[in-house]
Design a protein around this ligand. Structure first.
Ligand SMILES: Cc1cc2nc3c(=O)[nH]c(=O)nc-3n(C[C@H](O)[C@H](O)[C@H](O)COP(=O)(O)OP(=O)(O)OC[C@H]3O[C@@H](n4cnc5c(N)ncnc54)[C@H](O)[C@@H]3O)c2cc1C
Length: 294
């Protein structure tokens, strides 16, 4: 699967996207380009986003589920990435791509809201993944620093190496608990929506700002997954950096796990919302929408 939101001219600000769709009565027609899309070359199905050209929701963004092998879709792998080599990122071209009417996700015009709700889960899963990265950095660094001797004793006996190990442990545990906290908030949101589904067959129309309970639960899950992703991604990069330092020149090789963590974790501060934009988002949660700086 793939999540295809970003465009060459619309990264941090997806509302400026230029990809268009037309409502042709019994189907939609998509035209435009997305880039950096993970799994883009192999996705059997993707969610993508486009603005309506003309029509009742002119200029508003809608979300679509698109089969990867639809006519009018072509992809090109983006090469020369620094890391994350197990995932293929791609440019995806939509050239008069026909999408069946039933593949509109949610209602017309709800696209950005849908993308932002997907990002709650995206940030949470990214943050959770970093805990694995940091756990591995710590394990690798502990065993290497015990085995490698310089100045007559193992590196693990040097206080400055111990400082690196302690900091990686703090990074790991603080991120782990922020992930649990965000996951709990996300679970509470999930439980509420499930309850609504059983009680009210018009539940979909209740998932908006007017429903205070839903709005608070969503806002909590959104904010806590943002905090978790921000802290965990910075912590993962810091931990991988410290691990490479502990390994010295032996860590400066792509064949080493710590070097791969260093290159992979660099991307995490960029995707699922850059950490700068997440800082602005956290600040606007504290200060209120009137102080929104993005
Ligand atoms: C490895 C990787 C995988 C990705 N996978 C996907 C994917 O699967 N699907 C998808 O849709 N996208 C994906 N992306 C794209 C990613 O979401 C975007 O790169 C990201 O949103 C940033 O957009 P941009 O690169 O255009 O940077 P820009 O938006 O041009 O930002 C450049 C810099 O300016 C800063 N900046 C921007 N606006 C502000 C502001 N208002 N105030 C302060 N600073 C600001 C940013 O924080 C950043 O540091 C991926 C990217 C990478 C690197």
């Amino acid at each position: 699967m793939a999540f295809a939101l970003t465009e060459p001219m619309a990264g941090s600000d997806p509302s400026s996207m230029v990809m268009k769709f037309e409502d042709r009565g019994n189907h939609f027609l998509l035209n435009g380009k997305k880039h950096w899309i993970g799994n883009g070359t192999c996705a059997k199905v993707m969610t993508t986003y486009a603005k309506e050209a003309g029509g009742s929701h002119h200029g508003k963004i809608s979300a679509f589920i698109v089969d990867g092998d639809s006519d009018g879709i072509s992809t090109e792998e983006m090469r020369n990435k620094l890391g994350l080599l197990t995932i293929k990122n791609a440019e995806i071209y939509f050239d008069n791509c026909v999408v069946p009417k039933r593949n509109l996700l949610g209602l017309k015009g709800q696209g950005l809201n849908i993308a932002y709700s997907a990002l709650i889960d995206g940030r949470l899963s990214v943050a959770a993944g970093t805990v694995g990265v940091m756990t591995d950095c710590l394990e690798e660094s502990v065993s290497y620093s015990k085995a490698r001797e310089q100045h007559g004793s193992p590196l693990a006996k040097k206080q400055l190496i111990q400082e690196h190990l302690a900091r990686i442990a703090v990074n790991t545990e603080s991120s782990r608990w922020l992930v649990y906290r965000a996951a709990l908030a996300r679970q509470n949101l999930h439980d509420y929506v499930e309850q609504l589904k059983t009680e009210d067959h018009q539940w979909q129309s209740k998932l908006n700002r007017n429903n205070k309970h839903y709005y608070l639960l969503r806002s909590d899950a959104d904010n806590l997954s943002t905090i978790a992703k921000f802290h965990a991604s910075n912590s993962a990069f810091d931990s991988a950096n410290r691990s490479v330092q502990i390994f010295g020149s032996y860590g400066y090789r792509k064949s080493k796990r710590v070097a791969r963590h260093f290159l992979d974790s660099r991307a995490i501060t960029i995707y699922e919302g850059t950490n700068e934009v997440l800082e602005l988002k956290m600040a606007s949660k504290i200060l209120g929408d009137n102080y929104k700086a993005y």
